[in-house]
Design a protein around this ligand. Structure first.
Ligand code: ZN
Length: 83
């Protein structure tokens, strides 16, 4: 559920001051951005260092996965194409 929906429902039952709700949303969005940034950072760091983004194994040169996860990715792509 999205926070906006959640708050809208909550507002119907409990009196939440607009200001408090806005502050809550602001806090949520700020943290969401920060979390996303951190996740991105580690992804790029791993890529830069030649480490698989799914585990901590060394990648196969030229791709972002290790041998094991490259194989997984190939299987996944084949399944996705079939359906
Ligand atoms: Zn891996």
């Amino acid at each position: 559920m999205v926070w906006k929906e959640f708050l809208a429902k909550l507002k119907g039952k409990v009196e939440i001051k607009e200001e408090a709700a806005n502050r809550f949303l602001k806090f949520y969005h700020r943290n969401q951005k920060r979390l996303l940034k951190e996740r991105k950072k580690s992804y790029y760091n791993k890529r830069k260092e030649g480490i698989c983004v799914r585990c901590s194994e060394k990648v196969v040169p030229g791709i972002i996965f290790c041998l094991h996860h490259q194989q997984k990715q190939v299987e996944y792509n084949q399944k996705a194409r079939k359906s």
